[in-house]
Ligand binder design. Structure first.
Ligand code: COI
Length: 322
């Protein structure tokens, strides 16, 4: 079987080499994003493996269908960049993959600590050899705080488990209730979570229903000085509402691995370009906001899992067809 791999990054190649041998498949690395122009490079392949930097449009799906592509595997958990219903309707199978949740969970906790320990501000001051102590550099102990986890799927669950070692009170709100979290968290309704949490961390998918899950109204229900952490998807958090609340002091800080409108920006080198993402520029300028370029997932372990599971999902799909 031949799999065309779009956006095949240099750092992924060692894993594609290793796992193509293990699963006896041929990899066609394509150093390009999927687009209507680049569909033709998947000629003679049965499957394509993609990432999430580009939307997979109906036109592209038609083009893949005409080339004989049977299956699309996205090397991501999120699938909102693919028109799955349309793909299915024209007979192309689609699947996402899972990978170790530790990377994202640990980064969420790292962002919590960086914000409450004022790391950005301290590092910037240290660069000009200002090592003085004052209220602006004094932090808080996680143990004294209540952390609210929104969403207890795989990543939210790992975040809660890893967080439990810090001794903080952990509240959670989510559709799926996990037995394994008994004794670690208290499930509460959303209103209680918003009202009682000092830190709120988002771990829900970017569905239509979850669009701007945290908006002006939700922020109004939060504690003054609350810290918001988003390692899930930018669309969950209304940028304007967040900026307004940071300016008024209602929100005391934020750690954002994602930001609405980041799809066209992250994972590319934009040196000497004017980005035109004003909210990103405003948030980046704030001493109490840490932006990361959607790298929470990016660990050796996770990248190895992503490549292996993408190849595996192609093999399983074709086997099921046989
Ligand atoms: C996902 O797997 O859904 C992620 O958020 C990481 C990916 C965009 C590389």
């Amino acid at each position: 079987m031949k799999i065309a791999v779009y956006n095949c990054r240099e750092d992924e190649k060692e894993f594609f080499n290793k796992f193509s041998k293990k699963y006896n498949v041929e990899i066609v690395p394509i150093n390009m994003e999927p687009s209507i122009e680049s569909t033709m490079f998947a000629k003679d392949c049965e499957c394509i493996s993609i990432t999430s930097e580009r939307m997979i449009t109906k036109e592209m799906l038609d083009s893949y269908k005409a080339l004989g592509i049977k299956f699309i595997s996205t090397r991501t958990v999120g699938m909102e960049h693919i028109d799955v219903e349309y793909a299915k309707s024209i007979g192309i199978g689609v699947s996402n993959i899972t990978y170790s949740t530790n990377g994202v969970a640990d980064q969420a906790i790292m962002l919590m600590l960086m914000v409450i320990r004022k790391v950005k501000h301290i590092m910037i001051r240290s660069l000009s050899q200002d090592y003085s102590l004052d209220r602006s550099t004094r932090g808080q102990d996680l143990e004294d705080m209540t952390v609210g986890i929104i969403g207890t799927g795989n990543i939210g669950t790992t975040t809660a488990k890893h967080l439990s070692g810090f001794g903080c009170r952990i509240l959670a709100y989510g559709k799926s209730k996990r037995d394994e979290l008994k004794g670690i968290i208290e499930y509460v309704d959303l209103k209680t979570l918003l009202a009682e949490s000092d830190i709120i961390s988002l771990h829900i998918p970017a569905t239509e229903a979850n669009y701007h899950f945290i908006d002006k109204k939700a922020i109004e229900k939060m504690k003054p000085g609350v810290v918001i952490i988003n390692t899930a998807r930018g669309a969950l958090l209304d940028n304007d509402a967040l900026i307004e609340a940071l300016e008024s002091g209602k929100v005391g800080g934020a750690g954002l691995d994602v930001i609405e409108g980041d799809r066209e920006i992250y994972y590319r080198n934009h040196s000497y370009e004017v980005l035109g993402h004003r909210e990103m520029a405003v948030l980046n300028a704030m001493p109490n906001v840490i932006l990361m370029p959607h790298t929470a997932f990016f660990t050796d372990h996770a990248v190895s899992d992503m490549v292996e599971n993408s190849i595996k999902s192609c093999c399983e799909f074709l086997r099921s067809k046989e």
